[in-house]
Write a new protein. Structure first.
Length: 393
């Protein structure tokens, strides 16, 4: 049974530094009014009280509406963490967890429900692999008559930070230390002494704009406003700059998002050399894709120098912007051809174009995380049931 047809209910939590938002998911749909409570990140006892209170308020709604009891708790929480064991480590934004806190086991005891915790990048990628960009692209390829199908997805989120998650064959790849997909720590191409997140986040866009304008970062507009400034001098469809004379603000805005696109493109190129698949971008900054996607794609399709003065492609695959109708059509069409098996009359159709598509979340980041959390919990429960010894064993 797929998650979208599953009648089981899972409690979820969107854990932000300011607010915790609690809900319940059934068949990939939210079935209660979300409960929003202040997060209390500095004191552990208060933070745990808030978490318990939020889930109990959701349970009250489920009871009032006549729903069945939930089968699990599943949510995203910032790391570092030992996610499989539900232990949250030292967090800058959550000093209450300094020294390590067994949050998963605590909730499991309080609610007598299996509890699963991941980071938001992992669950975002998982949700998009299950019900978002990946199945949408495979459906598009099928309709175009292409034999190519994708089973691998790299998901990244651009917002306060730069998060990531990896999915292959319907499985979330967590790594042996729960640290898979930590794209934020890749090297920053623009400033190699720094990590990628410094050039791929809200503070990066504001900082780059401020430098261009010769002002302090605290005086810079927010990324949404900077994107709006850039859009006035940029084509929404192609990402090309218009021929009109630009104001200083427009030039600064375009340069700020151009720098972000270059940093993110380089990070995604590095990731793509190890995990070959589609790429989906979420987070608040993803809404400005019209002004950063072109430099991002250009970076991924760029070249690297050889010692002898020659060049090689940055990555083997050709990269396409799935938010552009023209590039999306070329991506779907591929280069399908028919070849004959040597020594026989048998013909085989295949697509020799090695390519990657980069697109923006089709579900919305928050919904993708919720769907990912829901499916992850159900899969773990089913996995446990399938391996549990029976009374006859």
């Amino acid at each position: 049974m797929s998650a979208e047809n599953d009648s089981r209910i899972v409690l979820t939590l969107d854990a932000g530094g300011t607010n915790f938002v609690f809900s319940a998911i059934q068949a990939n749909q939210e079935i209660v009014s979300p409960v929003r409570l202040a997060s209390q990140p500095k004191k552990l006892d208060r933070c745990l009280e808030v978490i318990e209170s939020g889930f109990r308020k959701v349970l009250e709604q489920l009871d009032q509406q006549g729903h069945s009891q939930p089968v699990a708790i599943s949510f995203a929480f910032p790391g570092p963490a030992d996610y499989p064991n539900g232990i949250i480590g030292d967090l800058v934004n959550f000093p209450a967890f300094t020294g390590g806190v067994a949050l998963g086991p605590y909730l499991q005891q309080r609610f007598d429900l299996p509890t699963f915790i991941n980071n938001d990048g992992n669950l975002f990628a998982y949700g998009e692999a299950i019900a978002g960009l990946l199945p949408r692209v495979n459906s598009m390829l099928q309709q175009a008559g292409s034999p190519k199908r994708y089973r691998t997805l790299i998901g990244v989120t651009l917002g306060t930070g730069f998060g990531g998650g990896l999915v292959h064959n319907g499985e979330l790849l967590l790594g042996d230390n729960s640290n898979s997909g930590e794209v934020w720590l890749l090297r920053n191409k623009v400033r190699p002494e720094c990590f990628a997140e410094e050039g791929a986040s809200i503070r990066a866009v504001r900082g780059a704009y401020a430098r261009q304008m010769g002002i302090g970062i605290e005086e810079a507009p927010n990324p949404k406003q900077i994107a709006a400034i850039a859009m006035k001098a940029t084509s929404v469809e192609s990402g090309d700059e218009t021929g009109e004379t630009k104001t200083d603000e427009q030039s600064a805005a375009i340069a700020a998002y151009g720098e972000l696109g270059e940093v993110v493109g380089d990070a995604l190129a590095n990731a793509s050399t190890l995990l070959d698949g589609l790429i989906v971008i979420g987070g608040g900054i993803s809404k400005a894709h019209a002004v950063f996607m072109k430099p991002l794609i250009a970076e991924m399709n760029s070249t690297l120098a050889k010692y002898d003065g020659g060049e090689v492609h940055r990555i083997v695959q050709k990269v396409f912007n799935l938010e552009s109708s023209e590039e999306r059509e070329r991506f779907a069409a591929g280069a399908t051809k028919t070849i004959r098996v040597p020594g026989s009359a048998v013909e085989i159709s295949y697509d020799p174009m090695q390519r990657i598509g980069v697109g923006v979340s089709t579900l919305g980041t928050s919904r993708a995380v919720s769907i990912g959390a829901y499916a992850f919990a159900l899969n773990k429960i089913d996995e446990f049931k399938s391996t549990k010894p029976t009374s006859e064993d």
